[in-house]
Ligand binder design. Structure first.
Ligand SMILES: CC(C)(COP(=O)(O)OP(=O)(O)OC[C@H]1O[C@@H](n2cnc3c(N)ncnc32)[C@H](O)[C@@H]1OP(=O)(O)O)[C@@H](O)C(=O)NCCC(=O)NCCSC(=O)c1cc(O)c2ccccc2c1O
Length: 135
């Protein structure tokens, strides 16, 4: 399972562009993080919502993949995000988790935290639906 997730993550050009890294893989739970850099900031210098979304969606997607059958990929069908606080700091950390590993739909959630001088602030909460598709 860990090899499958790591190899898939390495293939995601989006994650490479964001300098994101995989920090943890367990069944139903995946953690990733990326630096907050000016290229991915909004007009006040905080993390852009799109960065929080990309990391949250990806963490949730891989959490779903840990529960998908071996001969299936997963795609995001829908996901919503609540932006809870400005993403100030050095890094964003996203923790994705599976709420319900159904046969047809995998319901997921993700929480995104901004890390500043070792202090974590909960900045975004996502919930969505991931669909397993045969490879
Ligand atoms: C979600 C859907 C697969 C649901 O399709 P549905 O069965 O409801 O609808 P249709 O039968 O009308 O199909 C429409 C269309 O979907 C494609 N499709 C359907 N079934 C399959 C399948 N088994 N395999 C492959 N593709 C399928 C196909 O193009 C169909 O059109 P046709 O003309 O060929 O019939 C479907 O709605 C869908 O595919 N939606 C788009 C999903 C999508 O593109 N999501 C965003 C990209 S995925 C993504 O961003 C992503 C992000 C991550 O962070 C990830 C992290 C970890 C793993 C994966 C990640 C990831 O994929």
């Amino acid at each position: 399972m860990k090899t499958r997730i790591s190899e898939s993550f390495a293939e995601q050009g989006m994650m490479t562009t964001l300098n994101a890294q995989l920090d943890g893989i367990e069944k139903g739970r995946v953690e990733i993080s990326a630096p907050i850099v000016p290229e991915f900031a909004q007009q006040q210098g905080h993390a852009h919502a799109a960065l929080s979304f990309a990391l949250g969606d990806t963490a949730a997607g891989y959490a779903a993949l840990t529960c998908a059958p071996p001969d299936h990929e997963v795609v995001t069908a829908e996901i919503k995000i609540n932006m809870l606080a400005p993403g100030r700091g050095d890094r964003l950390k996203a923790i994705g988790r599976v709420l319900k590993p159904g046969r047809r739909l995998i319901v997921v959630a993700a929480d995104v935290y901004a890390i500043s001088d070792g202090t974590e602030t909960h900045v975004a909460a996502l919930q969505g639906t991931i669909v397993p598709v045969p490879v």
